[in-house]
Design a protein around this ligand. Structure first.
Ligand code: PMV
Length: 303
């Protein structure tokens, strides 16, 4: 059965955290994500997945309620199915929000154009993401909704293109704390020491701008170098951990042009490596028991 809504997962190549403070980020959409299946029902409801605890279930229902209210509670039952690792820094809450919002838009505004439905879905997904994250930058939602490689700065979005295939390998580095708490802890340190945090954010912003030029010129070596520098700056803000560092160095050891944490980081989550050919390293990591996957974010695709 075709899902009524799909929300793509996302990977941030550069600029996470700084994006919350108004600096740019570059993010790409993953082929993995969240599907919302929909059927007619007595009342509007979301069937929550069985693997959630009480708190997560309540949060999801609260978020869904905010979107359903906007859509005037269409009489449908939504059921979620995920192909994306959850809570790992790959934008799973945005993917849930976008999947639900697209399905609700289809149910509540069936006669509107596809563009109008997407606009309403964007508003609903944003309402949901605010429940999950408090004050998100919006980069996760924008990437999940548009399903493309993009430049995001203060709510403005531009699609990026690359003349060469831009391929990555994502590896999982264990459980981590929720995004909201990592973002809040950084906010505390930023308030205490605003000066040097400003300098670090500005430098991340410069790396991200330079990375945009590298992507548009197809200069993967420079892009990789800038991802490594971005990782150093995230580490300077105490957003890394032993688990993340170990995986980042493993990716570099396997020939990554650049590797860094992606998403909120902290005590675990996901790392991303830029590779010309990620398939071999992916097989090696899988043989070592590491959960990982490769994909192409932009550029020409071979048949
Ligand atoms: O870890 P994730 O997938 O929730 O990504 C968070 C990205 C941040 O920049 C840390 C927060 C934000 O709102 O952009």
């Amino acid at each position: 059965m075709k899902a009524a809504g799909f929300g793509a997962g996302k990977v941030i190549l550069l600029g996470e955290h700084a994006v919350v403070y108004g600096y740019p980020a570059i993010a790409g959409a993953l082929p993995l994500g969240v599907y919302a299946h929909m059927e007619a029902a007595e009342r509007c409801a979301l069937q929550t997945p069985g693997n959630l605890d009480e708190k997560q279930r309540a949060l999801l229902q609260q978020a869904f309620g905010r979107a359903a209210e906007f859509a005037a509670w269409p009489k449908v039952l939504l059921r979620l199915e995920a192909s994306l690792p959850m809570g790992a820094g790959l934008g799973s809450s945005a993917a849930v929000s976008v999947a639900c919002a697209k399905a609700l838009a289809l149910a509540a505004f069936p006669h509107e154009t596809r563009e109008a439905q997407l606009e309403k879905a964007a508003e609903m997904a944003w309402r949901m993401e605010q429940v999950f994250h408090g004050s998100p930058s919006g980069v996760d939602n924008a990437t999940s909704l548009r399903e493309t490689l993009l430049w995001f700065c203060q709510g403005k979005v531009e699609t990026l293109s690359c003349p060469t295939p831009l391929k990555i390998l994502i590896a999982m580095a264990g459980q981590r704390s929720p995004t909201q708490s990592t973002v809040a802890q950084l906010r505390e340190r930023q308030k205490k020491w605003p000066g040097h945090h400003k300098r670090l954010f500005e430098e991340i912003g410069r790396c991200t701008e330079e990375a945009r030029g590298a992507i548009e010129a197809g200069d993967l070596a420079l892009l990789g170098e800038l991802m490594n520098v971005n990782q150093g700056l995230l580490a300077a803000m105490q957003l890394d951990s032993e688990k993340l560092i170990q995986k980042i160095h493993r990716l570099r050891g396997l020939g990554a042009l650049g590797a860094k944490l992606t998403g909120a980081g902290g005590d675990g989550g996901a790392v991303v490596g830029l590779f010309e050919a990620p398939e071999g390293p992916m097989e090696t990591l899988r043989a070592e028991g590491v959960e990982c996957f490769a994909c192409q974010l932009a550029g020409p695709r071979s048949l």
